[in-house]
Design a binder for this molecule. Sequence first.
Ligand code: XMP
Length: 510
Amino acid sequence: TVIVLDFGGQYNQLIARRVRECNVYCEIYSYKTDIEKIKEIQPKGIIFTGGPNSVYLEDSPTYTKEIFELGIPVLGICYGAQLMMHLLGGQVGTAPVREYGKIEVTVEQSSKMFENVSEKTICWMSHNDYIAKEAPGFEIIAHTSDCPVAAVQNPGKNLYAVQFHPEVLHTQEGKKMLSNFVYNVCECSGDWKMDSFVEESIKAIQEKVGDGKVLCALSGGVDSSVAAVMLSKAVGNQLTCVFVDHGLLRKNEGDEVEAVFGPAGPYNLNFIRVNAQERFYEKLKGVEEPEEKRKIIGEEFIRVFEEEAKKIGTVDFLVQGTIYPDVVESGVGGESTVIKSHHNVGGLPDYVDFKEIIEPLRDLFKDEVRKAGLELGIPDYLVFRQPFPGPGLGIRIIGEVTAEKVEMVQEADAIWREEIANAGLDKEIGQYFAALTNMRSVGVMGDERTYDYAVALRAVTTTDFMTAESAEIPWDVIGKVTSRIVNEVKHVNRVMYDCTGKPPATIEFE
Ligand code: XMP
C-alpha cells in the first residue's frame, strides 16, 4: 500500500488513482491522521499532496517531522514539497514569479524519480509560494527558469519533493515519475488489480437495500444513467426512477430522456417524469448569486423527489449519481477548499425524508464511470454523452434565470452542438456548450440599433475535468456558428469564444 496524506489539494484523488493505475493499492488519509495509525498500516510509501495554504503561516496544515524518520519513502507534491522542506529546515517563501500552467522543467541530474524522463520536460505548475532554499541533506534535481527548486531529493533517506503536479496529465511524463516513485523508490510489487467495480457495487447495493424501496434521481446524464441502470440490475422492481424536468435542460432533452428511459425504452426503471419547470423558474426569480442558484435548484430537486416519494409510498433509499470530482469540488472530499457546491452533494437540507442516500459512483472519475457504464451494457451513445451539470442551464445563464433566457441559451447551444458535430469535432472535445453572459451591448441589425445579449461559446479538451484547456476550434466553424446564432436566436447580437483553461477558470461559468 501507498498512502496519500491529504493537505487539501484539488488533485488528491487523482494522485491515488494514478498510483492505482500502476497496480499499487492506494488510499487517502487526512493530514490529521495520527502517526501511530500510519505506523500500523506500514505503507511502502507516503505521498504528501498539494494544498491551498502557505506552510509558514500558523494555522496551515502540517505534520510531525517524525514521519520522515520511519524509513518509509516520502514524496511531497507542491504544498507537500514545501512542507517537507519547511519541516526539515529549508526555506519557503512567496515566489517572486508565480507559475501557473505548463512550464518547462530542466532535470539537472540523475535520480530514481526521473529515470527515463527527458532532460527538458513539460510539467503542470500551480503555486504562489516556492522553495527558496532546500533543506540540509537535500540536493536539487530539477529547476525551471523562474523556480530554482523544482525538485529535490535526499536519496539516502528516500525523501523526494516536486513543486509541480506529476498526477495531472498536463505533466507529460508525470505517470512515469509516479511509477518511478512507487517502483524504484518504494519498491512496490505492482500486483494489485482493480476488482470488478460493477460486480462488487451490485453486491454491496443488494446487501444494503435488502427488500427496501429505492428512488433514483435520473437526469439522463451519464452519471445518473449509470447509477440507475446499476441499481436496476441490483434491485429490479424495487427501484423507481424519477426524472425531473426542471426547465433548465438542453433543447428537446426532456423528451429524449423519456424516449430512452421511459416505458418505451429498453430498461425497466419504473420511470416517472415530473414537469416542474414553472416551480423552478419561480424559485429562481431575482436570484443572481451562483452559489445561491445552485442551492435553490438542488433543494427544489429534493423537494420534488420527496413529493414523488410520498405518492409512491414509503421509500427507504435515494440514489444519486454523484461522482468524485463533484465531491471534491464541493469541499466534502477530504481537506480541499470549496470551489462550487455541486448539485446533489452536501447541500441536503436536514429534514430530508429518506432513510439513506446511495451514491454508487462516489469514488469514480468520469472516464471510470463510462467504463462502468459499458460494463453494464449501456449503449455507447449514452455512455459517451458529454457531461451536463445537475443545475443545468441555471449555471450557464449568468445572473438571473428567466424562461426567455433559458430559451436563448437552448437555441444557441443547439446550434453550437450541431455544428461541432457537423465538423466532426464532437469526439475530440471533452465538453462544449453555449452560455448566456449577463452582458448586453449595442449592435445594428438591418438599419436598426439593437441592445441585446452576448452568448459565450465554450469548448474544452480534458480527460478528467479537473483540469482543462480551451479547444482550438477552426475559425470557419466558429464563424458559421456565430452567424447562425445572431440570425436565428432572438435577442442575441454578439458571440464570444472563451479561451480560458481550468485553472484558472472552471469549465462551467458558475
Ligand atoms: P467545473 O465547472 O467545476 O466543472 O470546472 C467540472 C465538471 O463538472 C460538471 N459540473 C457539475 N456536474 N453537478 C454535476 O453533476 C454540478 O453541480 C456540476 N457543476 C459542474 C461540469 O459540467 C464539468 O463537466
